[in-house]
Design a protein around this ligand. Sequence first.
Ligand SMILES: Nc1ncnc2c1ncn2[C@@H]1O[C@H](COP(=O)(O)OP(=O)(O)OP(=O)(O)O)[C@@H](O)[C@H]1O
Ligand SMILES: [Mg+2]
Length: 248
Amino acid sequence: MTIIQPRKRLSSGESTLDKMMGGGFIEGSATLISGAPGVGKTTLGIQFLVDGAANGEAGILVTFEEFPASLLRDAKNLGWDLQKLQEEGLLKIIFTSPQVFLSSLQAPDSPLADAIRLMAPTRVVIDSATHFKRMNPDPVKLRDIYNTVVNALKRENITTLILDEDANIAKPGDGRMPPLPFVVDSVFLMRYVELDSEMRRALTILKMRGSRHNKDIRAYSIGQGGLKLGEPFEDIQGILSGFTHRVR
Ligand SMILES: Nc1ncnc2c1ncn2[C@@H]1O[C@H](COP(=O)(O)OP(=O)(O)OP(=O)(O)O)[C@@H](O)[C@H]1O
Ligand SMILES: [Mg+2]
């Protein structure tokens, strides 16, 4: 009889989110974190890497958009000393272009590929997929690009978060569905919610291959230590479509 071992789970650094996932991210999986500008995608990505570092797991943040100096400063305000983690060899921030990153993954002897191999990270965050779209807007070619990235990291059994600025993922499609949600194993959606004249933030898990997951839409706040999930939104409709209203 073959016994299928449950796959290892990696904590997100947020205990309620881990519970929603049924224990954490599945090792070697790729998760798309989709959300509007400023909603907290980079913060969640760093939280995931900092959690790994706290357990001695090395992580890499590949950023196409933020200068490391501003990343370090913003992280410090949330209580994370990324400079120290870099010095300890538990974190590497790679500031590059999507072109260079992609060709490095395809050329195993490139300096970037060497650096990745040397560090042997268990966690990688890519910030953000939006830049691949600028590189090639054709959905078929884009799907190839995403497949290259996701498969290269999966081969190394790396657990990856891909951040993406696409707030329309859960809206009714116009027949031209973006390819990234199909390429990844899991999709998380982060949204602004306007409720009682107040802007709140919400997170939900849209899909998670190979795992049961909770389908709540949960409020969260950002502060010291990163994201903190709260209660599920109840008696509210339209959060995913962007037209929030109370039903009671
Ligand atoms: N020290 C802090 N305390 C409280 N909230 C903070 C703090 N630092 C950042 N934030 C909140 O987090 C938000 C930015 O988060 P983050 O940079 O992770 O978002 P993002 O989704 O990656 O944005 P972008 O799309 O611009 O890359 C800010 O808009 C702010 O509201
Ligand atoms: Mg960001």
